[in-house]
Design a protein around this ligand. Structure first.
Ligand SMILES: [Mg+2]
Length: 382
C-alpha cells in the first residue's frame, strides 16, 4: 500500500462533505460487499456467524457489573487526586503493572530493533487513543498536532484507523484521506485515495457501476440497526445524560453523563430491546453499551482482513503495530499476540489486564510514539 501516491492535499478542510469516491479501494483489494469476502490471488475469507441467542460478556458477567467496571468512577479519581498516599499507591500499582506492559516510549529501542528490516503496518484506535475521552462523544476532537503526527506516520507506514464509531464520523474527525478507515469495529472498511492510471481506471468502473468500494461484512443488518437506533432514542429520551449514537453497524448507548443511580434503567432498556432482536448482541466499552450484529467479526478480524487484502499477512518481514485503549481493541491485541506477529500497545493510565505487549499512558504519549516511529524510519532511510 503506497500511501505517498496521493499528490493532492490529504487533509480535508473543515466541514468537507464526505466524498466516498476519494477513498475508494481497489476492487482487487476489497472486491465485494457480500457477507463472505473473496479476495484476489485466490484468498478466501469466510465470516462465520456466531450462534444466536448468546450474548457475550455483558450478560455472562452481569450487565450492571460490566457498566460499573467499564471505567473508574469519578469519585475515586477525585479522592485519589486529593490524597497523597492514595496517589502514591496508584502510582506504585501503575509502575508494577508496567513491568508486565512496558512503556512503548521507554522500550522504543527494543521495538525498533525488532522492526529493523521489516515493514511496519500501523493500526490506530480513535477515541482514547488519538483523541481524549470526553463527556460528549461529538466533541472528541483530534488535535492539530496529533493529526500532523498521524499524517507523517501514514507517509512512512501503511496506516489504518479502526474504531467503534461509524467510518464517516471517524473520517470527519481525522480528516486524512491517505489512511484506511475501519468503522463500526471493523465492519465498515474503506481505503485511501490512490492516484494512478490503474486507480483512475478503477474509479471510472466504480462510478459506472454506481458501487462503492468498501467492505461491509454485516451490510444485511443495516435496516435492523436503524430500527434499533430509533427505538433506543425513543426509550431513553427521558433519561438525563443518556445519548444514543448510530454508528451504522453498531448502536452505542453512552451513559457517561447519566446518574449512576439510573444505570440499571439504561441497561434494562437495552436488555429488554435485545429480546426482540436475537441476531443482535450487547457488548460494552468505556461507559458505553453497544448493540452489534451477531457476526463473528471484530477489530482483530479487521486487522487480519486488512493485512490479507494488502498481501502483508503471514509475512515474516511485516510488523503490525496496533495501538488502542478499549476492551474491543483486545481482539486485535490477541490476534497479534497469538499469531506472534506484531505488537499490541494498550493506552491506559490505570492498570488493566490486557493481551497487549506494551503500554502508553494517554494520547499525548501515543503522539510521542508516532513521532519516534517516524524519526526512526527516516534515520534508517539515510
Ligand atoms: Mg478507544
Amino acid at each position: 500500500m503506497d500511501l505517498k501516491s496521493n499528490p493532492t492535499s490529504p487533509v480535508l478542510p473543515e466541514n468537507t462533505p464526505l466524498n466516498i469516491s476519494r477513498l475508494a479501494l481497489r476492487p482487487s483489494v476489497v472486491p465485494c460487499l457480500s457477507p463472505t469476502a473473496v479476495f484476489s490471488a485466490g484468498l478466501h475469507l469466510t465470516i462465520p456467524r456466531k450462534k444466536t441467542g448468546i450474548l457475550d460478556d455483558v450478560r455472562s458477567t452481569g450487565w450492571l457489573d460490566s457498566m460499573k467496571a467499564s471505567s473508574p468512577p469519578p469519585k475515586r479519581i477525585t479522592r485519589d487526586a486529593n490524597d497523597e498516599s492514595g496517589a502514591a499507591d496508584t502510582d506504585l500499582a501503575y509502575r508494577i503493572w508496567m513491568l508486565k506492559y512496558p512503556s512503548g516510549l521507554s522500550s522504543f529501542e527494543q521495538i525498533a530493533s525488532y522492526a529493523k528490516g521489516k515493514k511496519i503496518v500501523l493500526f490506530l484506535d480513535y477515541d482514547g487513543t488519538l483523541s481524549p475521552i470526553v463527556d460528549n462523544p461529538d466533541c472528541a476532537i483530534m488535535s492539530k498536532s496529533m493529526r500532523a503526527a498521524v499524517r507523517k506516520a501514514a507517509n512512512c507506514f501503511p496506516t489504518a484507523i479502526i474504531s467503534g464509531r461509524s467510518r464517516d464520523k471517524v473520517l470527519e474527525f481525522v480528516k486524512l484521506t491517505e489512511l484506511y478507515y475501519a468503522g463500526s469495529h471493523g465492519m465498515d472498511i474503506m481505503g485511501p485515495v490512490r492516484k494512478s492510471s490503474y486507480n483512475d481506471h478503477i474509479e471510472h468502473r466504480v462510478k459506472q457501476r454506481k458501487e462503492v468500494n468498501i467492505f461491509q461484512p454485516a451490510s444485511e443488518f443495516l435496516p435492523m440497526i436503524n430500527e434499533v437506533f430509533n427505538s433506543l432514542v425513543e426509550s431513553t429520551k427521558d433519561i438525563a445524560g443518556a445519548r444514543v449514537e448510530n454508528n451504522k453497524f453498531c448502536v452505542s448507548v453512552h451513559y457517561r453523563n447519566v446518574d449512576p443511580a439510573n444505570w440499571p434503567v439504561v441497561g434494562g432498556i437495552v436488555q429488554d430491546m435485545l429480546k426482540d432482536y436475537p441476531r443482535l448482541r450487547l457488548t460494552h466499552g468505556r461507559k458505553v453499551l453497544e448493540v452489534r450484529p451477531v457476526i463473528n467479526w471484530d477489530k482483530g478480524k479487521a486487522v487480519v482482513f486488512l493485512l490479507e487484502s494488502l498481501g502483508l499477512n503471514e509475512r515474516e518481514d511485516v510488523l503490525p503495530i496496533y495501538v488502542g485503549d478499549d476492551r474491543t481493541d483486545e481482539d486485535a491485541f490477541k490476534v497479534l499476540r497469538e499469531g506472534n506477529r506484531g505488537y499490541g500497545i494498550l493506552v491506559s493510565s490505570v492498570p488493566k489486564e490486557s493481551s497487549a505487549h506494551y503500554s502508553l499512558r494517554d494520547p499525548s504519549e501515543v503522539m510521542e510514539f508516532l513521532k519516534l516511529l517516524v524519526r526512526w524510519k527516516k534515520s534508517n532511510a539515510l
